[in-house]
Design a protein around this ligand. Structure first.
Ligand code: NAD
Length: 497
């Protein structure tokens, strides 16, 4: 019988109260690996209650002590990274190398969160008025909840909870119901690290658990990552009950190349950006824009690079392009390719029926569509699959205008050897994560991450210093001690008035 995975509440793995389940498939074979319970409000309530109880003592635990379990977790994750990466490949489909990147980026978050004693220090000033000092401290707020997507089963949950618990909050994670096995293994390791019961919890499920977390009166804040419609929903629903919410949504990323770029290296980076993780990255390139003469070379070089793409099971070390997440995703992407053709795009490479792969798997080969017109489906919609759209524009200004007109603004990159052009590009583009000669400009754990427009709903970005901002509240104390025999000095200005 196929196993149904358990929740992790109050330091224990426990059954969900739900009997409703959804299967977890290996996208390379369609095999059912296990079932995810589609949890209930009761599951949410029980996890939040335990997290609320744990907060009472965790918030008073010195920060230097709160980070000790994270140090232990970092060591355990290092020891088990290959095993976790293999699990990621099985339930997600990405290649083993990509899966290793997924876990390593997650480990970096834990490392940065271990610096919390310094990161969350406050501010103080003496003599803000005669004989009065002031100091601001950062306080944890209570229970936070995280809702994460399928595309980075290991990394994305680490964007949040290590920072939340290091700052003294407690946490309830709801991973994607499509890839929860990676987090199951990670939570087995978390269980060995010595966190007090209830500090970190996990509830599995879909929209009922999400809505339960958004509505729950004892949840102070919500971290969300996923598609734009659900990000908007979570932002609206969570903030309606007064929560602090940050919701990261979808993307449509334009990569621009100038004629002076180092063509071979640049196009390689652009193609890797588009096809890496089967295009299922929020920072994946989607539309490659050639400025002037760069367009011809871009097209030629893209077609050369495509020859190196090897579609297959991510566990095979030769594979460079794994399957997409589900049959539904494969069907959706196939339809989007047809729509692009119907809207006038020229199909240069058709990846819809790749050869030499398991017919049960959800495989798509590399697809290249040329002559994409502004405003068409391919130019505006997030495809989230291994599809490249090519466009030509006359000037870099035109490219900037084009990408700034998108509803999304997650990331963009410019490929050039011209410093002046790069500087202008950085200053004028709307997406808040910008690359120069970088295919996937992902800010590292110690910087802040997040897009703008329909790619991000909220005020405070993710990880780095922003995480301290998001997970703490500033409290300021104004302090006066009377010294016997001295009169409080009064500033001459006030005396005169
Ligand atoms: P998704 O929106 O389908 O799911 C994300 C989470 O929302 C899951 O935990 C899911 O259970 C929950 N959810 C799904 N439908 C819901 C509903 N109707 N009501 C309430 N909750 C619901 O996203 P996905 O397919 O798992 O992930 C891919 C998307 O995530 C892409 O759009 C991608 O761009 C985006 N993403 C963005 C970033 C970023 O940094 N901006 C990073 C990673 C992924």
């Amino acid at each position: 019988m196929t196993k149904t995975i358990q929740n992790y509440i109050n330091g224990q793995f426990v059954d969900s109260t739900s009997t409703d389940i959804t299967p977890i498939h290996n996208p390379a074979t369609d095999e059912v690996l296990a079932n995810t319970p589609l949890g209930t409000y009761k599951d949410v309530d029980s996890a939040v209650a335990c997290a609320k109880e744990a907060f009472k003592t965790w918030k008073k635990t010195p920060t230097v002590d709160r980070i000790q379990p994270l140090f232990k977790l970092k060591t355990l994750l290092e020891e088990h990274k290959k095993e976790i990466a293999t699990l990621i490949v099985k339930e997600h489909g990405k290649t083993l190398k990509e899966a290793m990147g997924d876990i390593l980026r997650g480990i970096q978050m834990v490392e940065v969160a271990c610096g919390m004693p310094a990161l969350m220090m406050g501010e103080n000033a003496t003599n803000i008025a005669a004989g009065i000092d002031a100091s601001t401290e950062r306080r944890p707020m209570g229970v936070f909840a995280g809702i994460t997507p399928f595309n980075f089963p290991a990394m994305v949950p680490f964007w949040f909870w290590p920072f939340a618990v290091a700052t003294g909050n407690t946490y309830v994670l709801k991973p994607s119901e499509r890839v929860p096995l990676t987090q199951m293994r990670i939570f087995e390791l978390i269980n060995e690290c010595g966190f007090p019961k209830g500090v970190i919890n996990m509830v599995h499920g879909g929209k009922d658990v999400v809505n339960g977390l958004c509505d729950h009166a004892d949840v102070e804040g919500v971290n969300f990552v996923g598609s734009t419609p659900i990000a908007k929903h979570v932002y609206t629903r969570g903030s309606a009950t007064g929560k602090r919410v940050q919701a990261l949504g979808g993307a449509k990323n334009f990569m621009v190349i100038l004629p002076d770029a180092s063509m071979e290296q640049s196009v390689k980076a652009m193609v890797d950006s588009c096809y890496g993780c089967a295009g299922e990255r929020c920072l994946a390139g989607s539309i490659l824009v050639g400025v002037g003469d760069a367009y011809g070379q871009l097209k030629e070089q893209v077609l050369n690079e495509i020859k190196n793409v090897k579609v297959g099971d991510g566990l095979n070390p030769e594979t460079t392009l794994g399957p997409v997440i589900s049959k539904a995703a494969k069907d959706r992407i196939t339809t989007d390719i047809q729509t692009a053709i119907d809207e006038g795009a020229e199909l240069l490479v058709d990846g819809r029926n790749p050869e030499g792969v398991d017919a049960n798997g959800y495989f798509l080969g590399a697809t290249v569509l040329d002559k994409i017109k502004p405003g068409t489906t391919m130019a505006t919609k997030e495809i989230f699959g291994p599809v490249i759209g090519l466009m030509q524009v006359a000037t870099m200004d035109e490219a900037i205008e084009l990408l700034n007109s998108s509803n999304y603004a997650n990331t963009t990159s410019l490929f050039t050897t011209n410093g002046g052009a790069a500087r202008k590009f950085i200053q004028e583009v709307t997406p808040s994560m910008v690359g120069v000669n970088i295919g996937v400009p992902a800010p590292m754990a110690f910087f802040s991450f997040g897009g703008s427009k329909d790619s991000f709903f909220g005020d405070i970005k993710v990880h780095g210093n922003s995480s301290v901002e998001f997970f703490t509240e500033k409290h300021t104390a104004m302090i006066r001690w009377y010294e016997e025999g001295t009169e409080a000095a009064v500033c001459p200005i006030w005396k005169e008035n």
